[in-house]
Design a protein around this ligand. Sequence first.
Ligand code: FES
Length: 103
Amino acid sequence: MEEGFVAVAKVADVPPGTMTFVAVERERIVLAHVEGGFYALRDVCGHRNAPLSRGKLEGCIVECPLHFAQFDIRTGKYLDGPYSADVPAYECRVEGDTVYLKR
Ligand code: FES
């Protein structure tokens, strides 16, 4: 894998339509498997910092568990709910059975 990418999960550990929490160098990240691809956001809601990985994933929309702000899991773009900033996104790649994320 290219320089700058770190292994974060096995493909089989994140079934389609699900998301999971991963930690990379003390950073909280939510990793999701949707639409045949893997997407990762900082696991911190832009409203009041709740962990999105504890929220709900429906299609490509992740809903914050605290006040229900919604974001596009593929891009981190704020969609609805209490006013919030977009969530930073990370590039993901799959090689073999492993998911990598760009730091
Ligand atoms: S902390 Fe996420 S909507 Fe308030």
